[in-house]
Design a protein around this ligand. Structure first.
Ligand SMILES: CC(C)(COP(=O)(O)OP(=O)(O)OC[C@H]1O[C@@H](n2cnc3c(N)ncnc32)[C@H](O)[C@@H]1OP(=O)(O)O)[C@@H](O)C(=O)NCCC(=O)NCCS
Length: 258
């Protein structure tokens, strides 16, 4: 009943992935990309009734895009899809599995809990408007204390910052720091691989003043590079600003596979 999705499944899957959340859904925008990455799993009765995508990297499974056709919910279809994604990961000797769930999505959180996922971290999602800003106090960084800055977000997937990632990010001047009165904030910049003109920033906010400097830099950088939107992911609560809006909070759920 579970198989890999094909191009021809798109139409029937998108029928139940349009108005999933109050703001709609994003499956249509990522479908082709996920298909090309492989591991887009589909649950079929006589027709597709559920999907889930898994991204396997080093020692982690990233599970995303779980969608079950509304009239087929509470039949363990999501659970079966997740277990299938885990099974494939275990075959690759991967030891950890992650998913990101809106803190208000109680059904998905219950589903994850029932499969032994636990809250690992909680992150806030802010949107920031690009604009021209003259002054900011930031530096580009080549190294990071990976105990303080262990992970970053790329295309809405959380990855550990290892030496390889650190070297790529710093070569492209994508790690910035602001230090004011001995308190520092760090931001890691990426361009979304799925959405046009979208910058995704992981922000470690150590103080309001240093965060404000980083925010000014980000606004100006995005403005100059013609990004339309800046999405910030941070564990901290950010200062109140007109151009900065708190959108949602997410639990990063983790399961250690045995
Ligand atoms: C969340 C979602 C994926 C669950 O799919 P599902 O196939 O219905 O889930 P399952 O049948 O595998 O549920 C397994 C367990 O999770 C919990 N659960 C699932 N849905 C629940 C709900 N609406 N309320 C409370 N608990 C729920 C229950 O413990 C359930 O076991 P039970 O039915 O024996 O009580 C589905 O509701 C959905 O597609 N929602 C919209 C999209 C979404 O939120 N996706 C997840 C994004 S992170």
């Amino acid at each position: 009943m579970i198989r890999t999705a094909k191009e021809s499944d798109k139409k029937s899957v998108l029928k139940f992935c349009k108005n999933t959340f109050s703001w709609g859904d994003y499956i249509e925008q990522v479908w082709d990309y996920w298909l090309s990455e492989n591991h887009l799993f589909l649950y079929e009765k006589e027709f597709p009734v559920g999907i889930c995508h898994a991204f396997y990297s080093n020692d982690q499974i990233w599970i995303e895009g779980i969608r079950i056709e509304p009239s087929f919910r509470r039949k363990k279809i999501a659970s079966e899809l997740v277990k299938h994604a885990e099974f494939v990961g275990k075959e690759m000797e991967i030891s950890q599995s992650y998913m990101l769930i809106d803190t208000e999505n109680t059904s998905s959180l219950s589903m994850a809990n029932s499969l032994d996922y636990e809250i690992f971290q909680t992150w806030n999602f802010y949107s920031l408007v690009p604009k021209h800003v003259e002054n900011y106090n930031i530096e580009f960084e080549n190294s990071l204390d990976l105990k303080l800055y262990p992970n970053y977000v790329r295309s809405w997937r959380w990855f550990p910052i290892d030496e390889n990632a650190l070297s790529k990010l710093s070569q492209q001047n994508n790690i910035i720091k602001s230090k004011i009165n001995d308190e520092e904030s760090v931001a890691i910049l990426t361009a979304s691989e799925h959405f046009d003109n979208t910058m995704i920033v992981t922000l470690f906010s150590g103080s309001s003043n240093s965060t404000l400097q980083i925010i000014s830099f980000l606004q100006n950088y995005a403005f100059e590079k013609n990004y339309e939107r800046i999405q910030i992911l941070t564990k901290e609560i950010l200062p109140v600003l007109d151009s900065l809006e708190h959108r949602l909070s997410f639990h990063l759920m983790r399961k250690i596979l045995v």
